[in-house]
Design a protein around this ligand. Structure first.
Ligand SMILES: O=C(O)CCC(=O)C(=O)O
Ligand SMILES: [Fe+2]
Length: 255
């Protein structure tokens, strides 16, 4: 049995889960709205910092973020049933699709892959457990690192478009959730802060091999062609949710 999140605000092609009424859960909707607004402000600030880190003016993303694609998900991973000890994926290995994800978690479970650039005998075989990791053909395994829970902090994951702008000098973090053998629920709140779906994304010249910001070890041009973010999004959503049944078949050992 896999432990998958049992609530999120929407799945592709579906309308958002209706909010409970104020009589049912007083203040819930208002709190979600307030959190969304604060995260949008934070998202803009983080993207400005990221722009500077990418050698661009702080305003680099402003146009693409005039109408951001922002989504808040409220996830609950149910506690493992009594007696279940097997380690199974609660959320299969994947990368997020757009700009950044700002994540609040209440308990451990999130793991990120620290990739090897070149093949070694220690390569982790289950990196290919999820269809979207096809995008990671150049990553020859790596080590799953447990992300510590530090009260009062948020986790920021870089997503696919940042890897594209930087020719993978900045990674779009491959991550998964392992919440098994734990007898209490886990809650997490990812806020996906992405550019307008019409944004055209191409590798910045500074990150091309030999470019002034490029790691000399990165010799390959991973993304020769520009893409429209919305098209990437559609493809990834189809491959992720279309294959959801197969997604978590692989049993994983938490490293
Ligand atoms: O629950 C988590 O910690 C991560 C969730 C996640 O990666 C996602 O929803 O994309
Ligand atoms: Fe994610």
């Amino acid at each position: 049995m896999d432990l998958v999140p049992d609530f999120e605000d929407r799945r592709p092609g579906e309308v958002a889960t209706p909010y409970p009424t104020d009589a049912q859960v007083p203040g819930f909707r208002m709190a979600c709205g307030a959190y969304f607004d604060v995260m949008t402000k934070l998202g803009r600030a983080v993207m400005r910092i990221l722009a500077v880190a990418m050698g661009q003016p702080a305003t680099f993303f402003d146009r693409a973020l005039a109408r951001p694609r922002a989504q808040l998900r409220l996830l609950r991973y149910p506690a493992a049933p009594p007696g279940m000890t097997e380690a199974r994926l609660s959320c299969g290995a994947h990368t997020d699709y757009g700009g950044i994800t700002i994540l609040a978690v209440d308990s451990p479970g999130l793991q990120v892959l620290v990739p090897n650039r070149t093949a070694t005998s220690n390569s982790t075989p289950d990196v290919v457990a999820h269809p979207t990791s096809r995008a990671h053909a150049s990553i020859h395994g790596g080590t799953w690192m447990r992300v510590p829970v530090v009260p009062g902090t948020l986790v920021v994951n870089l997503a696919d478009m940042i890897a594209r702008y930087t020719n993978r000098n900045f990674h779009s973090t491959l991550h998964r959730v392992v919440h098994a053998g734990v007898n209490r629920d886990r809650f997490s709140i990812p806020f996906f802060f992405d550019m307008d779906a019409e944004t055209v994304v191409r590798v910045l010249p500074q990150f091309m091999p030999g470019g002034e910001l490029a790691n000399p070890e990165v010799k390959e041009v991973y993304f020769p062609d520009p893409i429209v973010f919305g098209e990437h999004l559609m493809r990834q959503v189809e491959s992720t949710f279309g294959a959801a049944d197969k997604r978590d078949e692989a049993t994983v050992a938490a490293s």
